[in-house]
Design a protein around this ligand. Structure first.
Ligand code: NAD
Length: 302
């Protein structure tokens, strides 16, 4: 059977596929038309987030049995079109949990201690010690919205920093270690709020002006989940009004092209969607997606 890989995955994963007897072609930066032309030769397609696996591509995949996404989000795959053709779609949701949780810890410390702003200032030749009066994480309350894989991994790390952790997740009624509260209680009591929910109709702009008005003055917000959960215009207003002290974003309402009104805020800290961008997460993703594809195809061959 033939496997086509169109986005870079870890070499360890590719080795596993070849050692299991599959013929593997790596073809990167294909145009949509080129992908449509060749997809008919393959039983499996492996992508990350770059390749757009559209309905047209799926319909051209006459032999296609499985599409593997090394990573979590399936935004770039027309899952409904795949389902209609009985093509299995597989992803690796666990591989980046620790990487994202660690990025959030980095964001919290950076915002509390002004690390990016102080670095910028030093690079300009300044020595502004008084300006950068920070605060400790210890003893502060972290509100986590969405107690799934990443939310729980973050809670564990925050507790090791002596933070009090509270959580809001309508689908998780109780947790051994985290006090579950309603959203309003979380907004009112948190010094830091971090979002770890999927982007759905329910979560789109779940934080807008009405919610910001309920927050503790000086709150620090973090979103490393999906752009659009926070209403960026309302966040800017909340910062200008002094309610929100800092906002740390790895994800944005507009990523490609990148655009946010928050870059004008001194206490905006941002990264270009790098939550899963670690050696470890990428290695795990490459290996896990290959193992899952091998298992699936071998299952079909019987
Ligand atoms: P998960 O499915 O394990 O957890 C999501 C949690 O959100 C679930 O417990 C669910 O019950 C909860 N939830 C759903 N709707 C909710 C609502 N309206 N209010 C509160 N909670 C709600 O997912 P995960 O692996 O922890 O990932 C969380 C988010 O992080 C996802 O959006 C994912 O796409 C994103 N992510 C981002 C990166 C990155 O590069 N920044 C990497 C991996 C994952």
């Amino acid at each position: 059977m033939k496997v086509l890989i169109t986005d870079h995955i870890h070499q360890e994963g590719i080795k596993l596929l070849r050692n299991s007897g599959f013929s593997v072609d790596e073809k990167y930066d294909l145009s949509k038309d080129d992908l449509k032309k060749i997809i008919g030769n393959y039983e499996a397609l492996i992508v990350r987030s770059k390749t757009k696996v559209t309905r047209e591509v799926i319909e051209a995949g006459n032999k296609l049995l499985v599409i593997g996404r090394a990573g979590v989000g399936l935004d770039n795959i027309d899952v409904n079109a795949a389902k209609e053709k009985n093509i299995k779609v597989i992803n690796t949701p666990d591989v980046s949990t620790v990487s994202v949780a660690e990025l959030v810890m980095g964001f919290m410390i950076s915002a509390a201690r002004f690390i990016p702003q102080a670095t910028e200032s030093l690079k300009k030749g300044e020595w502004e010690k008084e300006k950068f009066m920070g605060m400790e994480l210890s003893g502060k309350t972290l509100g986590i919205v969405g107690l799934g894989r990443i939310g729980k991994a973050l809670a564990k790390r925050a507790m090791a920093f002596d933070m009090t952790v509270i959580g809001y997740d309508p689908y998780v009624k109780s947790d051994e270690n985290i006090k579950m509260v309603d959203l309003e209680t979380l907004l009112k009591n948190s010094d830091f709020i971090s979002f770890h929910v999927p982007l759905t109709d329910e979560t789109k702009h779940m934080i807008s002006s009405k919610e910001i008005e309920k927050m503790k003055k000086g709150v620090i917000l973090i979103n490393a989940a999906r752009g659009g959960i926070l209403d960026e215009i309302a966040i800017k207003k909340g910062m200008d009004e002094g309610i929100i002290k800092a906002v740390c974003l790895d994800v944005f309402e507009s990523e490609k092209p990148f655009n946010t009104i928050l870059t004008s805020e001194e206490n905006f800290i941002g990264t270009p969607h790098i939550g899963a961008q670690t050696e470890e997460a990428q290695q795990r993703a490459g290996i896990e997606i290959s193992k899952k594809i091998i298992e699936f195809l071998k299952g079909i061959k019987g």
